[in-house]
Design a protein around this ligand. Sequence first.
Ligand SMILES: [Zn+2]
Length: 785
Amino acid sequence: PEQWREIMNKKMWFPPELISAIEEGKIELLCGLLKTGDGIIRQLDESEDRQWREALNLSICLGSEDAMDALLQGVKFDFRQIHEALLVAVDTNQPRVVKRLLDRLDQEKGNKMDVRSFSQAIFDHSIDNSQFAPGVTPLTLACQKDLYDIVTMLTQKGHVIPWPHKISCACLECRNGRQYDLLKFSLSRINTYRGIASRAYLTVTANDAMLQAFRLSRELRKLSQKEPEFKQPQYLALELLCQDFAVELLGMCRNQSEVTTILNSCGDESQDSIEEQAFEEGIPSLSRLRLAVNYNQKQFVAHPICQQVLSSIWCGNLAGWRGSRTAWKLLVSVGIFLTMPLLCLVYWIAPKSKVGKILKIPVIKFLLHSASYLWFLITLLGESITMEMYRDKFASREQNILHSSFHMVWVVFFWYECKEVWIEGLRSYFLDWWNCLDMMVLSMYLASFVLRVLIMLKGYFLCHEHSGTEECVYFTETVRDNWHQEDPQLIAEVLFAVTSMLSFTRLAYILPAHESLGTLQISIGKMIDDMMFMFILMIIGTAFLCGINNVYVPYVISPHLGFNETFHFLFWTMFGVANQDYVDMPQFVLAEFVGRILYGIFTLVIVIVLLNMLIAMITNSFQKIEDDADVEWKFARSKLYLSYFREGLTMPVPFNIIPSPKAVFYILGIFRQICCCCTCNPENKYPPVASMGSEDSQFPYRQQVIRALVQRYIESARREFEETKRKIGNRITELSKATFRMHSDVNVVRQLLVDDVHSTNHAFNKDGSSLLRKYIMGAKNNFRG
Ligand SMILES: [Zn+2]
C-alpha cells in the first residue's frame, strides 16, 4: 500500500473547477479540490505546469491571501513557479505576499537559485507565455517600479543586482550568452541597467546615492556611444533619470550646513586628490561640485542651490557687488583696467594687506585677468597700426625685433599656462578645448618670434665671419621681391597674422560672466556645432568641380582654365557673385551645352542644400538651444567661477612672471623638503594631525546628511504615491457610483418600456428609446470626465 500511495501522490490532475473557485473566492471548495486524497502535499504533473502557475498567479493578482495559502500548502510548487509568483506579487505591489513567498523560497532551496536562474534564463529556449521577460528578477522588477519597501526587503534577503560586464567583455559567460542569443543578451543587459539606475535601487543600496548617480550617468553615456543601437530610448533615458535623481536629491537639502557638507565632500578615494589642490583661505573646495562639472552634470550644476553657493563665493566679502547697478560695476571694471599695474605692485609688495586681500576675491581676480587680456589685445592692435606707419621698415630686413614683438611680453601667458597645467593635471587641462586653442596660439606666437630672432642672428653671424658673401647679403639687405618663397620672415609674418586673429577667440572665455552675452555665445556656438551639412556641401562641390573642370579643360581657347579658376567660380556661385560667362563657349556647342546643364544642376542643388541648412539651423537646433541655453550658460559660468577659486594665480599676466616673495618661500620650502626626505623618512608626507582629526569628525556627518537626504527623498516619493493612489481611489468610487445610478435608471426605463408595450403606444415607445439614448450619452460623458 505504501508504494501505491507514492504513485497516487505523484499524479494530481489539475481540477478544472479550480480557476473558477479562485476567481469567485470559494475557499472551502478550493480546499476540497486540493485535498482529494488524505491531505498529503501533492506533486505536480509537468504537462499541467502552466495551469498551476496560472492558479497561483491568479490568487495573488486577486489579492486573496487565503486562496494563496491554501494553494501553497496543498501543492508542492517548484522553484520556478514560486519565482514567477514572486514576480506577480512584485508587479502588483503586495509587500506582504512577497514576504510570504520569500519565506517559502527560503524553505525550498535558499536564494542562491535566484541568481543562477537569472543567468540561466538566457539559455532557456522554450517559448513561455509567462508575462515577464526572461532575465527579470524580482529585484530588478521592483527597482524598475520604484517600490521602496519591496526593494528593501529583497536586499535584506541578500538579493543583489550583479553589475553587468563590460560591453567588450570576453569572458566565457558573456561569449556564450552572445553566441546563444544576442537579443536576449542585450535586453538582459539593459534590464539590469534599468534596475541599477532606478531611484529605488540607488537610494536603498548605494552608500552615497548622489555620487553613485553621477558615476552611473557617466557610464550610461559611454554605453550609449558604445552600443548606439540602444542609444535613444534606453540608455539616454536612463542617463537622464540618473541626472534628475541627483538633482532631486540635492533639492532635499534644507539648510546651508547640509549644502556645504554635501558640496564640499565627495567619495573617500577622491578625498586625497582634494588635498593636493590648494585653495584660498575661506574658499571651500567644492569637490563634489567639481566632480559634477567633470561628469557633465549640467542640471545639477545649474541648480539654484549650487548657483547660490558659487556666486556667494565669487563675490566673497564684497556683498554689495551682486546687488549693485551695472553702471557701478562698469565703473569699477574700468578703474581696475586702468590701474592694473599699480594694483599688482601693491599686491606684490604686501599680499596680506587690505588691498591684497580684496584682490584675492575671485571676482576681482577675474577682472584683473580680463583687464590684462584686454591690454594684450590693445597691444596687438597698436602693433598693427605701427606696422602700417613704418611700412618701409617692416617690409625690409632691417626691422627691429623690439618694435614688432612688444606683444611677446604677454606671451609670458605661457608661464601662466604652464603653471595652470601643473596645478590642474595635464589630462583635465586638455579636456577643455579652449585650453588646446590657447596652447596652439601660444606656440604659434613663439614660433613666429623665434623665426624673427633666427633671421637676425643668422644675418649677424654670417656677416660677422665673412661679410659680403651672397648669404650675408640675402639675410641683411635684399628687398622683399627677391626673397625665396619659403623665407623665414614671410612665414613669421603669416603666422603672426593668423595668431593675432585667433587671439581674440579667448574673449569667448570671458563672455560667460555676463548673462545675455553668455547665452548668446552658447546659442551661436551650438549652431555651428551641428553643421554636418558642411560635409555634404563639400562632396557636392568636389563632384561638380571635377565635372565642370573636365568639360572645359581640353579647350585651349577658353580664356579661364584650370582647377583653381573653376573652384573660384563655383564657390562664388554659392553666394551669387560669380561671373556667369565662365560656362559660355559659343564655338563648341556640345561642350557648352553640357557645361551649362552641369552648372544649372549645381546651382539648383546648392540652393536646396543651403536652404535646408538655414531651415535646420533656425527651426530644429535653435528651439533646442533656446530651451537649454540657460542651463548651458550657468554650466559654463560655473566652470569659469571654479577656475578662479583656486589658490595662486592672483597676479595677471605680465606681472605673474615676477616671482613674489611668497613663491620664493615656497621654493625654499620645497628644497628643504627634498633635503629632509633624504635624511628623515616619510613622516612629512602625511598631512598634520589636526586636519586628520577634523576629517575624521566630518566623515560621519557627511554620511548622516546623505542618509537624511535619501530618507526625505523616499518619504516624499511615498507621499506622492499615496496621493495618486488616493486620487485614483476617489475616481473609481465616483465611477462606480455613476454606474450604479445608471443601472437603476436603466431599470426604471425598462420598467417603463414594459408598461408601454402593454398599452401598445408607438409614440411612447420612441420616447422611451430617446430617453435611453440620453442616459447612455450621460454615462459616456461621465466616463470621459
Ligand atoms: Zn563577462
